[in-house]
Design a protein around this ligand. Structure first.
Ligand SMILES: C[S@@+](CC[C@H](N)C(=O)[O-])C[C@H]1O[C@@H](n2cnc3c(N)ncnc32)[C@H](O)[C@@H]1O
Length: 247
């Protein structure tokens, strides 16, 4: 799967069932999410994440935040209650159209379409806080790795980066679900089963590999926690990282 295919998939979700494409709760498909409870999940998630970071005894300046893979702005809107300026980035224009529609913060929350494998739309050392949840898991690892390096580049020295990505399928689930890289057979099966509906491919990168990538690119890992944000069949982690001031 290349980035154009990733984009085409998320354009379909944005057109067909955007809120469920973002939070696939079993009773919320067919456009059954109501907007208020959907955005409330973002308010609660950001409150929890900021409390988690504070619990690590590190300060976050409240100037600027990046929400990578912002979808319709569930988390960007919640971040705007805490940061002066929020930038949401997504690969899907249909998701971003809705994000603009739901934006309650005018210019304080800006959304950007980015279809490249980098974040060259932002200069080095731009953000106090970079956050990404349930996004890196839906793209082939080569892209996720490229974005993680970009997170470090756009993070201000002493800024805080928090992101989630699965490591591997849980042991007991391994033989029932698709391998780390979906095979042709798996994709053909999905197409047969779901027809033209978008697919929800899952990918992971081993925790050790992520740690090596971070450390060898100037990241200082403050904490790694198991989380349950990925599909229940995946072992997933949340990484909290900062970058030294002499980069
Ligand atoms: C499951 S949704 C999560 C949205 C948001 N993070 C949230 O939790 O509300 C994944 C989002 O990532 C976006 N996405 C997927 N690949 C991307 C990429 N390479 N660059 C930017 N956004 C991407 C999709 O368009 C989609 O809106």
């Amino acid at each position: 799967m290349n980035l154009e295919e990733v984009q085409a998939n998320w354009e379909k979700y944005g057109e067909q069932d955007p809120l469920w494409g973002i939070l696939a709760w079993p009773d919320k498909d067919d456009n059954r999410w109501d907007r208020e409870s959907f955005f409330q999940t973002g308010v609660e998630e950001i409150a929890e994440v900021l409390a988690y970071v504070r619990g690590l005894h590190v300060q976050i300046d409240a100037q600027s935040a990046l929400d990578f893979g912002c979808g319709v702005g569930r988390l960007s809107q919640a971040l705007a209650a805490h940061f002066q300026q929020v930038h949401g980035v997504d690969i899907s224009s249909s998701m971003l159209e809705l994000a603009a529609h739901y934006n309650q913060y005018s210019d304080r929350c800006q959304y950007h379409l980015n279809t490249t494998k980098d974040l060259s739309l932002f200069a080095n050392n731009t953000f106090d806080f970079v956050y990404s949840n349930i996004t890196l898991q839906h793209m082939p690892p080569r892209y996720a790795e490229s974005y993680i390096l970009e997170f470090l580049r756009v993070l201000k020295p002493n800024g805080i980066l928090v992101f989630q990505i699965p490591s591997a399928p849980k042991r007991r689930a391994r033989k029932f679900i698709q391998p780390l890289r979906p095979t042709r057979a798996w994709r053909a099966y999905q197409k047969l089963r779901y027809g033209d509906l978008p697919t929800m491919d899952m990918y992971g990168i081993k925790r050790d590999k992520i740690l090596r990538l971070l450390v060898s690119n100037g990241g200082h890992v403050l904490d790694v926690q198991a989380d349950d944000n990925a599909d229940t069949q995946w072992e997933s982690y949340r990484y909290c990282v900062t970058k030294a001031s002499n980069d």
